[in-house]
Write a new protein. Structure first.
Length: 285
């Protein structure tokens, strides 16, 4: 099988390696971010609330933003277009739900908090500042879009032709457009604000990431032996037509270990443990 090597993308500066990586992402403008704290978030100990820092690495160099009174457990992170940050707890039950999402300004001061529902798998901010949230199957709410002040602006609900959207396996947000491949039927959804959702039938199953460029798509990962597979497809008006298959590797050609995947347009960013170096796979380059 053909092998496709990731390309090195961004590194956490060595001065910050002694802190615990709570979350990491790459925003819609290509800047890499790490949420760091001196101890692990609960469960496993740690105060509530706690102090954290965001280290951002992009073309402009390295930025460090201090965040006080962080509550997020199993946090997800992204940056807002105005330079602020949004953090969300993957789990939220009872009294914790109203502070599940915390919005911080560019100086690290909290400006808003609200809930978006339990079992958050994906949190991606688009170029307009809206939050796209995809849930896993313990809360089959599907995919929803929120403002940065907690207004729910769109929900997947019952999308004609998409089947039951029980678990958002893969989500890609670029500009103001979202692409998703949800369980149970794994259709490829193209979601543009103000327009009907376009549903393409898809025979590929279990991908944890997807990259889309022009009329081409790449599904990254899958079940069991497919966890390192990249399965390409061609987009028609109504279907994804399967094409070639490759094996995704580290930049040095080695096999990947545990990893996180963040997808933006034609790029899939991969952060392998110990979570200090992002690498990228780009189908649009």
């Amino acid at each position: 099988m053909q092998k496709t090597a990731l390309e090195p993308y961004a590194r956490l500066p060595r001065a910050h390696h002694g802190r615990h990586v709570l979350a990491a992402t790459v925003d819609d403008f290509g800047v890499a971010h790490w949420l760091l704290a001196d101890g692990a978030s609960r469960p496993g100990g740690g105060p509530d609330p706690y102090h954290a820092v965001v280290v951002s690495v992009g073309d402009g160099g390295v930025e460090v933003t201090e965040l006080d009174a962080v509550h997020a457990r199993w946090p997800l992170l992204d940056r807002l277009p105005d330079g602020g940050f949004v953090l969300a707890s993957a789990r939220a039950r009872g009294a914790d739900e109203q502070r599940q999402v915390q919005v911080f300004d560019a100086l690290g001061r909290q400006t808003w908090s609200f809930g978006v529902g339990d079992a958050v798998e994906h949190l991606l901010v688009d170029a307009t500042g809206d939050l796209w949230v995809g849930h896993f199957d313990e809360n089959p709410a599907g995919i929803r879009r929120w403002s940065a002040t907690g207004e729910r602006r769109w929900t997947s609900g019952s999308v004609p032709g998409a089947g039951w959207i029980m678990d958002c396996y893969a989500l890609n947000v670029a500009g103001s457009v979202a692409w998703a491949c949800p369980y149970t039927d794994f259709p490829l959804l193209e979601i543009r604000p103000g327009e009907p959702v376009r549903v393409r039938a898809n025979s590929l199953r279990g991908a944890r990431g997807l990259a889309v460029h022009a009329d081409r798509v790449a599904f990254v990962g899958g079940y069991r032996e497919d966890r390192d597979r990249v399965r390409f497809g061609a987009l028609t008006e109504t279907t994804v037509e399967p094409a070639e298959v490759a094996e995704l590797t580290r930049p040095d050609g080695g096999s990947l270990g545990r990893r996180r995947i963040v997808c933006r347009g034609g790029r899939a960013y991969v952060l392998e443990e110990p979570s200090t170096e992002w690498a990228v796979f780009d189908i649009g380059g």
